[in-house]
Design a protein around this ligand. Structure first.
Ligand SMILES: C[S@@+](CC[C@H](N)C(=O)[O-])C[C@H]1O[C@@H](n2cnc3c(N)ncnc32)[C@H](O)[C@@H]1O
Length: 273
């Protein structure tokens, strides 16, 4: 496993803090430019949390919650569940608190804490929770060693039988959609400097130490094929820049899932008893 890099970590934190500071509190793009993709992620998580049939008063922890948009969307859908959002960027959490302050129905069961997901006991002490979520946040850790160490801490803070729904990026899907792009005469999209993607085989080995089952779902595969390959090829032909608000992004989520063309996948896991 590759080595962690504290200097790059600090730069990544700075990137998110600056991005939050420059974002209009009313904007939906504090944490991602592809807001339609995030809606598909939230819909998928709603299905998963619903299927978990959580008892009244359960608590879900959203690690790397950013401006809390997803945390609050999910909280609105589960009125009997408490949600805690954690992020290392105070600036992101300032946006989250602003959004929360006008959602009066959520005030008594949604809260945000500043914390680094690499040392969970600093923000969560010895408490154990029913569900953990990560949505494109573990990919900000600079090495597989840090990522798997964080996953082991998540397992420690989960109740036996608790759920971890992990929406993160994997190299296999990235390579697959890039191969399709090259076939269409498009350049590959590189992994961004502040991201470190998982390798699927290693992920399965590492997570199986704590979780059973571990099921990986490439639910955004058709979305990526439609938006990052077919739509991009059209833009290329027309000499236009792709636009995240083009209606293709709004509609591509309705396609049935085919293939393995998305870097972003959902790993659904259950803490061993
Ligand atoms: C791509 S954003 C995703 C935010 C949110 N999960 C969403 O889907 O909208 C990644 C978030 O993870 C946070 N993050 C990255 N590394 C972190 C760490 N070590 N501890 C806590 N938060 C972290 C960043 O500050 C940022 O808000």
């Amino acid at each position: 496993m590759n080595l962690s890099n504290p200097e790059v970590s600090n730069k990544i934190k700075q990137y998110w803090c600056e991005r939050a500071g420059q974002t209009d509190p009313a904007s939906l793009q504090a944490t991602t430019y592809d807001v339609y993709l995030r809606e598909l992620e939230i819909t998928k998580l709603k299905e998963k949390i619903s299927a978990a049939s959580l008892p009244h008063g359960s608590t879900v922890v959203d690690l790397g919650c950013g401006d809390g948009y997803s945390t609050m969307s999910l909280a609105s859908a589960f009125p009997d569940v408490r949600f805690i959002g954690i992020d290392w960027s105070e600036e992101m959490l300032t946006l989250a608190e602003k959004k929360l302050s006008v959602q009066l129905d959520l005030l008594d069961r949604v809260s945000f804490r500043v914390g680094d997901m690499r040392s969970l006991s600093s923000s969560l002490q010895a408490e154990r929770f029913d569900v953990f979520l990560t949505m494109r946040s573990l990919i900000n850790l600079t090495s597989s060693a840090e990522q798997y160490n964080t996953i082991s801490q998540i397992a420690e803070h989960l109740k036996p039988g608790g759920y971890y729904f992990c929406i993160e990026n994997f190299m296999q899907g990235q390579n697959n959609f890039n191969r399709m792009r090259v076939t269409m005469g498009l350049p590959e999209i590189p992994v961004r400097w502040h991201n470190h993607f998982f390798e699927e085989e290693e992920f399965l080995v590492e997570t199986s130490k704590f979780f059973d089952p571990v099921i990986i779902d490439s639910f955004l595969s058709s979305y990526y094929l439609a938006t990052r390959v077919i739509y991009s090829a059209g833009c290329h032909l027309m000499g236009e820049e792709p636009d995240y608000f083009h209606p293709i992004h709004q509609t591509a989520g309705q396609l049935p899932v085919i293939g393995d063309f998305s870097p972003i996948k959902l790993a659904s896991m259950r803490r061993k008893l």
